[in-house]
Design a protein around this ligand. Structure first.
Ligand code: PHE
Length: 341
């Protein structure tokens, strides 16, 4: 038995020296010390078979072996743990001098930039933003807006009809009807969104963007519209920008105006951008036609309002010197990425 004990000690020593990971070390521990059928626990069992005289001495030797095994394994354990920690730290080291990877940030679309700028300006004047539907019925897109049966906008050639009653909205003005029907005056809303017309050339795209403005209150006049637009063009174009109102016609406003801004390229002297006139048309607007208020159940004796609609694509093009609207919709990131907020 003593030989066997010496042999176990020898083998354990040898095997231990070769072990390099804590997992293998644990397996070794099971094999020799802690496993129920491990080598040392088996020795203990065998002790019962030894003669009575030999037993105390052998017991002592086995215990000595056990203590020795526990201690040497613990030492090896500490050493391996230290090595493993070192290796892990090395693997996790970050080279703080290494140049960082370049990440490309996207940019907002020029139309989104213009929309955000306008929303910011109008929010400062108490307007809130509402978005209404892109598929409209005849009532909201035309009839409630006082657009007569024979009006050219209703033409099948200009409007994308879905059926006799439904169509892709041709302007954001149906947003006026939705607002008048659901909000309690006084209120001020902006309705930005996509609109659709059967039109396609350098300055027209079948889908483009408008933003409608509508303010309803007691005693609103054209002066309110003018005052507000003066603030708008100064913030949007240049601090010296002026507005000019020209009489126009829209079925849903009376009187109606077309509004020009003094050319921000030449300051009004005349250049290519303003085609020599010194002025650039930016929007249509007017005083809400009393018939529109009546169509929506709002008392025209008590309330009046102004409305305007502007083309977001057109403003984005003017501000960025883009002369073909399709640049905005061809998804060329190299082109669109140039326009910064
Ligand atoms: N809806 C008109 C257009 O698309 C613009 C407009 C809006 C005019 C509001 C007057 C008032 O041309």
């Amino acid at each position: 038995m003593e030989n066997k004990i010496a042999d176990i000690k020898e083998r354990l020593k040898k095997e231990l020296a070769e072990i390099k990971t804590s997992r293998l070390l644990y397996e070794l521990k099971v094999k020799y010390v802690i496993g129920k059928t491990g080598e040392i626990p088996s020795l203990m069992k065998e002790l019962g078979k030894a003669s009575k005289e030999d037993r105390p001495k052998l017991g002592q030797i086995i215990n000595g072996l056990k203590d020795w095994a526990n201690q040497t394994i613990a030492e090896r354990e500490a050493y391996i743990a230290e090595m493993e920690k070192k290796a892990r730290y090395e693997a996790e080291t970050i080279d703080i001098t290494r140049p960082s990877k370049r990440t490309k940030t996207g940019t907002l679309h020029p139309v989104t930039i213009v929309k955000n700028q306008l929303v910011d300006i109008f929010a400062g004047m108490g307007f809130s933003v509402v978005e209404t539907r892109e598929i409209e019925d005849d009532f909201h897109n035309f009839t409630a807006l006082n657009t007569p049966e024979e009006h050219p906008a209703r033409d099948k050639q200009d409007t994308f009809y879905i059926n006799d009653d439904l169509m892709l909205r041709t302007h954001t003005s149906p947003g006026q009807i939705h607002s008048l029907k659901t909000l309690k005056p006084p209120f001020k809303v902006l309705v930005p969104g996509r609109v659709y017309r059967s039109d396609d050339d350098a300055t027209h795209s079948p889908m483009f963007h408008q933003m409608e403005g509508l303010a309803i209150d007691e005693k609103i006049t054209m002066c309110d519209l003018q005052g507000m637009l003066d603030v708008l063009v100064k913030k949007m174009f240049s601090s010296s920008a002026k507005t000019r109102f020209r009489p126009s016609f829209f079925p849903f406003t009376e009187p109606s105006v077309e509004v020009d801004v003094s050319c921000f390229e030449c300051g009004g002297k005349g250049c290519k951008l303003c085609k020599g006139t010194g002025w650039i048309e930016i929007l249509g607007g007017g005083i809400v036609n009393r018939k529109v208020l009546e169509n929506c159940g709002v008392d025209p004796e008590k309330y009046t309002g102004f409305a305007f609609g502007l083309g977001l694509d057109r403003i984005a093009m003017l501000k960025n010197g883009i002369n073909n609207i399709h640049v905005l919709y061809e998804d060329d990131a190299r082109a669109l990425g140039q326009f910064k907020d």
